[in-house]
Ligand binder design. Sequence first.
Ligand SMILES: NC(=O)c1ccc[n+]([C@@H]2O[C@H](COP(=O)([O-])OP(=O)(O)OC[C@H]3O[C@@H](n4cnc5c(N)ncnc54)[C@H](OP(=O)(O)O)[C@@H]3O)[C@@H](O)[C@H]2O)c1
Length: 264
Amino acid sequence: MRLLVTGGRTGYLGRRVVAAAAHHEVVAVGSADADVRDPAAVDALVDRHRPDVVVHTAYVQADPEVTGAGAVHVARAAARVGARLVLVSSDVVFGGRPVPYDESATPDPVSAYGVAKVLAETAALASNPDVVVARTSLILGDGESGHERLFRSLALGAHGALFEDERRCPVHVEDLAAALVELAANDVRGVLHLGGADATSRLELGRLVARRDGLDATVLRAGRRADLPDPGPVDVRLDSSLASRLLATRLRGAREFLAPGTTR
Ligand SMILES: NC(=O)c1ccc[n+]([C@@H]2O[C@H](COP(=O)([O-])OP(=O)(O)OC[C@H]3O[C@@H](n4cnc5c(N)ncnc54)[C@H](OP(=O)(O)O)[C@@H]3O)[C@@H](O)[C@H]2O)c1
């Protein structure tokens, strides 16, 4: 099986997907190979490599052209050559509510990033008969994520606060990468939630990382997302029980993979 992984050269998740797929033929690509905003460049890239599966991780959170339109171009190019598509999406397609979201929930994004992800999902599901949209949550766990770097800097005294009211289902980057490679090789189609097993606030997550890394977790200050002028999604827990039934890969919860004494 030949996999083409967008974001595979430099992306935090993409590089892990490339590593997890080492037993397959893998092509790792980045924006120097094809800017996803350019449909002709994406078509040429896909024609050049003729993948069986495209795993699309590339995005720029602040740029809907990359996140939304770019994914549309990738989805169409994959469909044109008959390639399966594994599209990485996000819990931010939801606006927040007090109960977890399963795959039957209708997206109701409240941020530009969420709107771009919904555009990507909708186009992928409409343009390719062989697609799985994999919605995930905060990705971390190996010490290298931007989230962990931020938590460490705050624990070392940098100015800032962590939301105590936000609730999401963080996932370990290696678990997620393994699940995406599993999905590349199976025939699951439609939408699938790939969150970790534990719902945590940003503050709890920061404390878990600080303790794992031997830092003083009590230094971390609490803030409230709901108090922001434009809070975005606050409680976006993913119900990932379908994935736990369909996949061999287990998506550990943050309290497990960040427990004191665990290695990164
Ligand atoms: N990180 C999280 O906590 C989180 C949470 C939920 C969902 N997600 C989803 O997970 C996926 C991966 O996130 P990540 O944290 O691994 O992202 P990342 O580290 O920021 O990597 C993004 C990748 O996108 C590529 N890219 C950017 N602009 C591009 C363009 N115009 N054309 C082609 N490639 C471009 C970059 O490649 P170059 O360097 O080659 O430009 C980079 O490798 C995204 O779809 C995101 O929505 C992430």
